[in-house]
Each structure stands twice: as C-alpha cells, then as structure tokens.
Design a binder for this molecule. Sequence first.
Ligand SMILES: NC(=O)C1=CN([C@@H]2O[C@H](COP(=O)(O)OP(=O)(O)OC[C@H]3O[C@@H](n4cnc5c(N)ncnc54)[C@H](OP(=O)(O)O)[C@@H]3O)[C@@H](O)[C@H]2O)C=CC1
Ligand SMILES: C[C@H]1O[C@H](OP(=O)(O)OP(=O)(O)OC[C@H]2O[C@@H](n3cnc4c(=O)[nH]c(N)nc43)[C@H](O)[C@@H]2O)[C@@H](O)[C@@H](O)C1=O
Length: 309
Amino acid sequence: MHKGAKVYVAGHKGLVGSAILRKLQAEGYSNIVTRTHQELDLTNQQEVYRFFETERPEYVFLAAAKVGGILANSTYPAVFIRENLLIQTNIIDAAYRYGVKKLLFLGSSCIYPKFAPQPIKEEHLLTGALEPTNEPYAIAKIVGIKMCQAYNKQYGTNFISVMPTNLYGPGDNFDLETSHVLPALIRKFHEAKVAGAPHVVVWGSGTPRREFLHVDDLADACLFLMNNYDSSEIINIGVGKDLTIAELANLIKEIVGYKGEIVFDTSKPDGTPRKLLDVSKLFNLGWRPRIRLEDGIRSTYEWYMQNYT
Ligand SMILES: NC(=O)C1=CN([C@@H]2O[C@H](COP(=O)(O)OP(=O)(O)OC[C@H]3O[C@@H](n4cnc5c(N)ncnc54)[C@H](OP(=O)(O)O)[C@@H]3O)[C@@H](O)[C@H]2O)C=CC1
Ligand SMILES: C[C@H]1O[C@H](OP(=O)(O)OP(=O)(O)OC[C@H]2O[C@@H](n3cnc4c(=O)[nH]c(N)nc43)[C@H](O)[C@@H]2O)[C@@H](O)[C@@H](O)C1=O
C-alpha cells in the first residue's frame, strides 16, 4: 500500500478497527474511508454495493463483525452466524466486483478444532470438531476464509485471511454480559475494590488456558501482512505464550490492587481447554509483538478508568 492509497477500514469503531485506523494514521496513510454502523449497515447487500461503487476503495481491512465473549456466543448463536455471514459475504463479494486490490479478512483462533494439538498450526483447520460454545461464529469465520480462497482461485483476487488469538486493549467491550474475559475481569476487580466487596466471581474452573495479544500489536501485524503477505493460506497472529484463567485473574487482581478473594463459578462454561497458536509462520516473516501482557493490562486498566468511571 502506498501512503496515498484509498483504504477502507470496516468496523473502525470497534476494538480491532479502531486500532488499525490509529496505526494507519500514525504511519501517514492519508486517504482512509470509514462508515459507522449507523451510516452503513454491512448486512445490507445493496447498501454495501452502493458504498463500494461510490467510494472505490483500493485496500480493505475487514474488521466489522458480530463479536462477543463466551456467554454472548452461546446465548445468541443465530445472531452470530447470520450477521457474520452477511457482513463478510457482502464485503468480500463487493471487493471483487469493484476491483479492490487487496483485502484482509479477520478470522479468529476459534476456527480450530477443540482438541487440536498445541500449539495450533494453520494446517489444523478442519481436522476435528469445533468448541460448541462458539461453533456458529467459528463456522461463519471458516466460510469467510474459504470464500477468500475461492475468489482468489476463480477470480485472481488477493484476499488474505489472518487468525488472531484473543485480543484486548483500548476500545474493548467492558459489558459484563457480552465481553471477553480480560476486560470483564478488569471491570469486576475494579468495581469490587471500589465497593470493598469480599470476593470476585470468575467464570468456569479457572483451568482453561488462553493467549492474549494487545490490539495495537495486532494492528501492527495486520499492516505488516497487508504489505508483506500475498497468499491464500491462512496465517496465525499471536504471542506464542498462554496462561490459565486463574493466573490471568491473579495478575489483574494485583494490577488493580484488589485485596479480596477469587471465587470460581463452575456453573459457567469453560469453553475450549486451550488454543495456543503456533506463530512460527508469522515470526519467520520477521514480525514480533512488542507489548508485554502485564504492561498491556496496566494501560488497558488506565483506559477503562478514563472512559468508564
Ligand atoms: N476481540 C477479540 O478477542 C478477537 C477478535 N477477532 C476478530 O476481529 C474482528 C473485529 O473484532 P472486534 O474489534 O473485537 O469487535 P468489535 O465488536 O469491537 O467491533 C466490531 C465492529 O463492527 C461493527 N459492526 C457490527 N455489525 C455491523 C453491521 N451490521 N454494519 C456495520 N458495522 C457493524 C461494530 O459496530 P457496532 O458496535 O455499532 O455494532 C463494531 O464497530 C472480528 O472479525 C473478530 O472476529 C479475532 C480474534 C479475537
Ligand atoms: C476470542 C474468542 O472469544 C471467545 O472464546 P473464549 O476465549 O472462550 O472467550 P472469553 O474471553 O469469553 O472466555 C475465556 C475464558 O474465561 C472465562 N471467564 C472467567 N470469567 C469470565 C468473565 O467474567 N467473562 C468472560 N467472558 N469469560 C470469563 C470463561 O469462562 C472462559 O473459560 C469466543 O467468543 C470466540 O468466538 C473467540 O473468538
């Protein structure tokens, strides 16, 4: 991408889209196109075609999606499969019809089988059954990958698919019903500290392992791949290390400065036991994350305090 190229960031108000937008602006890209959800409903095919016909973006970051944590995914499976299929199908097809030079599709580590060998390599896709709590969402993401590959094969497009691990950072969703674990625990420990509550409830057994990547590192990797990766083969984005939910909870407890107890609610689902990504393919291209988990949690906690309290 040259600095004057017309770049469309779909989902620029979200966690990932806003980080990509910040990164593009910081790098001096001067011709960025965005639309809010209110201005353009990406589930509406006619509106999406009209937008691409009028704006003619050259590059697309597809970071618009219906996204949520384990509870939202298992409570609203129909919404997650429908909206994700529509959004990605409309954008990928419009990108082909209106001559987009390159598109980057954001998948997720939940596309891999529940019991995939760890760390999970890209070739483990479609080698086993999926985790039930987010299967409809994962299936939509797999369709997105296959659609990019099919369009590349049949139409000669350059649509790449990247698979990030669990993300966090400024702009995250802190709603306790729909968020992912890391922002949820920042909020729970903070509110318990302020209220002087004796304990904080952490869902599940605390034993599942998760890998966390700061969204500014993810945005950096997305720009790197947009500029340096041209292949239909999917590519993982992560840090190469994970920790248990109990370890994460203790780390956040310490950073927030909460002195009470942690109680595990085993009536809530654990989800997949582990999904550590094998990131050797990305690292071999020369990319590395920069933000340590502890530093990233500290700055995200500061962002939360400035924006939510
Ligand atoms: N967060 C994570 O841990 C991970 C995320 N990813 C992937 O990264 C991508 C972005 O996720 P993330 O930034 O976390 O999600 P967010 O929910 O923070 O952002 C998604 C954005 O898409 C917009 N959007 C949703 N539906 C529509 C629609 N119908 N029309 C227009 N805009 C819409 C949302 O707007 P509004 O809020 O107004 O609806 C929001 O701004 C997704 O593809 C996700 O699968 C992958 C791995 C992990
Ligand atoms: C990114 C990824 O995100 C999702 O998968 P997930 O990793 O299972 O999501 P999660 O962050 O919500 O939970 C991680 C673990 O943490 C535990 N946990 C403890 N306490 C809280 C808590 O308070 N909130 C939440 N949400 N989880 C909690 C929780 O029980 C689970 O064991 C999918 O939507 C999937 O689609 C996807 O792509």
